[in-house]
Design a protein around this ligand. Structure first.
Ligand code: CU1
Length: 263
């Protein structure tokens, strides 16, 4: 009897703790979505820059519907990004299947974003992603405490208008590419086209992002300049007044390289 009372007291104390202690922000709020295989596969992504093949799962049909309609996702939504190594040939280049897509190799990691009512209030406005939290897990479902969670918030922040879900661009139709006709450099498949461009001094160069993934023009020659993060269909323009050779990369995917020659 004594033991039962003690146990009850512990239970009450535990419940009291849950109520009294304010929730703290952070990845530990998210549990590993062990049933991810039964979630809805809504997109697959080839990532040439890191040689990965990725699958994107949503925890409900309603969440996928909201993505398609460009609406905020329902509370309780869990989006799971499953990252695989892309299979490569003898030269280390990713192998492509009959449809030109990457082929799934070893499982590398899980990255999860989850939205619950009231989450996120602890973050400063410049970092907060609405009511989303992010977490990362190893292939065997263990929490990856070494992950840089701040980077999740920073990278998703420019996608506020699509409820911070970068992959919405791959699901939602109707993204106008009208700006593409004004592009000097088009971005497609994680490549700049052309990757080398020669212009006269004073010319304004316009880049247009045709990828579902965001990109960011970052000129590395001279004083480094970082353009805004471009989501799909967005453009960035920058004038080059002084003759010279200017190297640039994508600030989000530094393996993407390009060059502007001004002469
Ligand atoms: Cu990029």
């Amino acid at each position: 009897m004594k033991r039962a009372i003690a146990a009850a007291a512990v239970l009450v104390a535990g419940a009291g703790l849950l109520v009294a202690v304010p929730t703290s922000a952070g990845p530990d709020k998210i549990q590993f979505p062990s049933s991810w295989k039964s979630h809805v596969l809504y997109a697959t992504v080839d990532r040439p820059d890191v040689k990965q093949y990725r699958e994107l799962y949503a925890s409900s049909k309603e969440a996928v519907q909201a993505l398609r309609e460009g609406k905020p996702l329902p509370y309780g939504t869990v989006l799971t990004l499953v990252q695989y190594r892309a299979q490569v040939d003898a030269q280390g280049n990713p192998i492509r299947d009959a449809d030109g897509r990457f082929v799934k190799g070893d499982l590398l990691a899980f990255t999860v974003m989850e939205k619950r009512q009231g989450w996120g209030g602890e973050y400063p406005p410049e970092l907060r992603n609405g009511e989303w939290e992010y977490s990362m897990f190893t292939p065997d479902g263990k929490f990856n405490e070494k992950a840089n969670f701040k980077a999740c918030f920073q990278c998703h922040k420019p996608h506020e208008r699509q409820d911070f879900v970068i992959s919405q661009a791959s699901v939602k139709g109707g993204y106008g590419m009208a700006a593409a006709s004004t592009a000097d450099v088009k971005i497609a498949g994680f490549k700049f086209g052309p990757d080398k461009l020669t212009v006269a001094p004073g010319k304004t160069v316009t880049w247009v992002n045709g990828d579902d993934s965001p990109h960011q023009i970052t000129v590395t020659t001279g004083a480094q300049t970082r353009g805004p993060v471009m989501t799909k269909g967005q453009s960035h323009s920058q004038a080059f007044a002084t003759p010279g050779t200017y190297d640039y990369i994508c600030g989000l995917h530094p393996s993407m390289k390009g060059q502007i020659e001004v002469k």
